[in-house]
Design a protein. Structure first.
Length: 251
């Protein structure tokens, strides 16, 4: 991350212009694809494309932080918008963080498989041969293709396909895996497993953010934020280990 303000501004401009060029290229490729489908008598909507073409603005309209180019606007329902990163963590039943990652996308959608893969890598590097049996995540992590790949690797997944505010299923989400997950979660075994999520990962973030008062990153840049987040995870695990030793000595 450049220390000079002028260098940071120039880098922000370069990234905005680069994002704008990507938008233009994507729009041109889509227009060519759409014309090809229309010439063949197939509408773009029928083959899964967006119903209307997108025209990029003549100049970049994005917003970029002038001091931390990698950060993004994080929007969480019920919370004020903040500039930062989406900190991800894979946690065991005993509230031990086995993987800590950083994302620049505000929604958790699409981060389930990367978190699982990171946990598997960390366990293998630590010499742990036992693989996770079940992955639990909230509805924001629902990603049908990622869930299918995780299950095909021999790991059970429990993720609600519907958010808590929805009263019915989304159109097109009534059959297949969606219906299967809705049948499994209310069962005695499914409910017993899934209720452990609130007792595992939620207390970890509560401990970090509220008890330890780690509410923001001290360093700028994604790589620096990632190293800082992993340091936070490591110290969290050390505190858990310390508490375990104290409990064993006083028992």
């Amino acid at each position: 991350m450049p220390r000079s303000r002028a260098e940071r501004l120039l880098e922000a401009l370069r990234r905005l212009e680069e994002n704008h060029r990507v938008e233009i290229q994507a729009s041109e490729q889509y227009d060519a694809w759409r014309e090809e489908r229309l010439a063949a008598g197939v509408s773009g909507h029928r083959v899964g494309g967006p119903p209307k073409p997108f025209t990029p603005p003549p100049a970049p309209e994005g917003v970029m932080n002038k001091t931390n180019h990698d950060s993004r606007m994080m929007r969480t329902e019920g919370q004020p918008t903040v500039q930062g990163y989406n900190a991800q963590a894979a946690v065991t039943r005993g509230q031990i963080i086995v993987a800590a990652e950083i994302a620049v996308e505000s929604p958790d959608f699409g981060h389930l498989e990367p978190a699982v893969n990171a946990a598997l890598r960390e366990l293998e590097a630590a010499g742990v041969t036992q693989r996770p049996e079940t992955v639990l995540a909230d509805a924001g992590y629902w990603h049908k293709q990622q869930i299918e790949r995780i299950v095909s690797d021999g790991i059970q997944v429990l993720v609600p396909p519907d958010g808590g505010l929805r009263e019915d299923a989304r159109p097109g989400w009534e059959q297949g895996m969606y219906a299967f997950m809705r049948r499994v979660l209310p069962t005695e075994a499914g409910h017993a497993l899934y209720k452990q999520r609130k007792a595992t990962v939620e207390p970890v973030f509560a401990q970090v953010k509220f008890n330890r008062k780690i509410n923001w990153f001290q360093r700028r840049g994604r790589a620096a934020a990632l190293s800082e987040w992993r340091l936070v995870a490591a110290t969290h695990n050390l505190l858990k280990l310390h508490s375990h030793w104290i409990a064993a000595e006083t028992a």
